[in-house]
Unconditional design. Structure first.
Length: 421
């Protein structure tokens, strides 16, 4: 019987595991480390968040992104984006130094079990645990517009389905969406010789500004402080005070989670898009059908005018919708016990525990409870410390003090973890 099973080995799962190991918990971690970053993003992409806001979390703060970059001769400076490949490699480095050995098998089923939970791996092994932290990332929550659903994957894919865009060279591709994933995907396609256009519902595309200098006059910092989600007091509140965000009225939290930091492109991709990509803002796909050689899209603009266009492939860069009913690994019985918010995400206590005692959530699926920071790596620091505190409280006793072996990193001291408030 384990104290804790961590399901997922991305930034949130690895951070939780590091804090849990330092707290002396008997745990197992399942999942392919940094799988989404390694398998579901094309080469050439960059991390949108600032390097200093993109750290995985260990209790001692030793295994930061800047430490990895210094060790490997890379640059980690304010306003200098980090390549996705480098960030994925950083996550693997973090796992080697700060986390007990990760079991790369997938957990395919989680159900209530004796004194806690039963998890079943892809090869049929069943394990028992008193608590579980679900840190499954974004892939279970892929969102594709209704009009495109049902078309064959050779014609329509989601942006997260691609680690290599090379097979679209010399083809005609339409990207749906107005956020960073859509715009950077379109830039990469254009730069390899693909004929590409971006179709977005918004009347105009939005672009993030170049961030202000790190060092600046005090009065500028006081008026618009830096934060893990960008400059400004509102962003500072979202990124630095998730625990206070949770105290807002439920309707307010849900609205902010759905609208704050909406679709926008990074400042460093704007010129690459505007000089090479056909842009069709203010258009929405009303219908789509397969035709010889590709897809026929019927679009409608804000004035109600309709047009059609043919394309060989559609990439839906339309984000993710984090709902409990999309968590297929949960048994029907367990899923049915979960209280949810109006948007279908789990209702969580202050330590990210669900209405099913012992079942904790992390990452995107917690954004309606703890704010927009949970959509970004930056939220992992608050989550890891807070969730492990909740696990220890649920277990009802302080774990034995001592050390937990960490491959490549000696051991982790089992000392109390600080909790962000």
């Amino acid at each position: 019987m384990y104290d804790l099973l961590v399901v997922g080995a991305g930034p949130y799962g690895l951070s939780i595991a590091s804090h849990a190991a330092a707290a002396g918990l008997n745990l197992r971690v399942f999942g392919r480390p940094m799988a989404s970053w390694r398998d579901h993003m094309p080469g050439g992409m960059f991390l949108k968040s600032e390097p200093w806001a993109s750290n995985l979390s260990d209790p001692g703060g030793r295994w930061r992104l800047d430490a990895y970059c210094a060790e490997h001769g890379l640059t980690a400076r304010h306003a200098h984006p980090i390549p996705v490949e480098a960030f994925a490699a950083y996550g693997l480095w973090f796992a080697r130094h700060a986390v007990p050995e990760v079991d790369e098998r997938m957990v395919t089923r989680l159900a209530s079990g004796p004194d806690g939970f039963t998890a079943v791996t892809e090869d049929g092994e069943a394990l028992q645990a008193r608590t579980v932290a679900l840190a499954v990332g974004v892939m279970p929550f892929i969102e594709v517009p209704q009009a495109l659903r049902g078309l064959h994957p050779s014609l329509v894919t989601h942006s997260s389905h691609h680690s290599d865009l090379g097979h679209f060279r010399e083809k005609d591709v339409t990207v749906i969406g107005g956020g960073q994933a859509a715009l950077e995907t379109a830039a990469l396609l254009a730069e390899q010789g693909t004929r590409v256009r971006v179709l977005a519902r918004a009347e105009r595309l939005r672009w993030n500004d170049v961030p202000p200098p790190w060092e600046r006059p005090w009065w500028q910092s006081a008026r618009s402080p830096h934060s893990g989600l960008g400059p400004g007091w509102r962003n500072w509140f979202y990124s630095e005070r998730p625990g206070l965000f949770r105290r807002l009225p439920e309707t307010t939290r849900t609205r902010i989670a759905a609208t704050a930091l909406g679709p926008a492109g990074a400042w460093w991709v704007r010129d690459r898009v505007e000089r090479a990509v056909e842009l069709l803002p203010g258009h929405e796909v009303g219908a789509a059908s397969a035709v010889p050689g590709g897809v026929l899209l019927e679009t409608v603009d804000r004035a109600g005018a309709r047009r059609t266009l043919e394309t060989e492939h559609v990439i839906a860069a339309t984000g993710f919708r984090a709902r409990c009913d999309r968590l297929g690994l949960l048994s029907a019985e367990l899923r049915g016990t979960l209280a949810t918010l109006p948007d279908g995400s789990p209702a969580l206590g202050r330590c990210l525990e669900s209405s099913r005692p012992g079942l904790f959530f992390a990452g995107l699926v917690t954004a309606s409870g703890f704010g927009p920071a949970m959509r970004f790596v930056h939220g992992a620091t608050f989550t890891a410390a807070t969730l492990v505190q909740g696990v220890r409280r649920r277990l009802g006793a302080t774990p034995p003090r001592g050390t937990v072996p960490v491959p490549g990193g000696g051991s982790l001291s089992a000392s109390p973890s600080p909790v962000s408030r």
